[in-house]
Design a binder for this molecule. Structure first.
Ligand code: ZN
Length: 123
């Protein structure tokens, strides 16, 4: 499953280029915010996370896939990721940030990604 992890940053790069082409400015991995969010729009108080479906337990086929080796270990690990994600989102919301999660599996339709990013940033 190492191959999945090594590709983990590609979805984020793709989303970043989509946002960039839409003309929005953002900051990356701000260390002063909880969880070092992927893509931050300080002026709008908005944050976009790009999540790999497998590692963050998305409710899609890839997110619900199971490893053959050591399934209980990986299940715990991925459930830990998902639990941390929702805690983090709650903390960021308390701090006054709005959060959008872009899932890896939605990147097959970039028009839709463009639309939801724009909607999120303009709302
Ligand atoms: Zn997914």
């Amino acid at each position: 499953m190492a191959s999945i992890r090594s590709k983990d940053t590609r979805p984020e790069l793709l989303v970043r280029s989509v946002i960039h082409r839409l003309g929005y400015r953002f900051r990356l991995h701000r260390k002063d915010l909880p969880g070092k969010p992927d893509i931050v729009f300080p002026g709008r108080r908005k944050i976009i996370f790009v999540h790999g479906c497998f590692w963050h337990l998305h409710n899609c086929a890839n997110g619900q896939a199971r490893q053959r080796t050591n399934p209980s270990y990986w299940k715990r690990k991925r459930e830990g990721n998902a639990a941390r994600d929702s805690r983090l989102e709650a903390v960021l919301k308390l701090l006054g940030w709005q959060v959008l999660v872009v899932w890896e599996c939605t990147l097959t339709d970039l028009d839709l990604v463009r639309k939801s990013v724009r909607q999120f940033l303009e709302s």
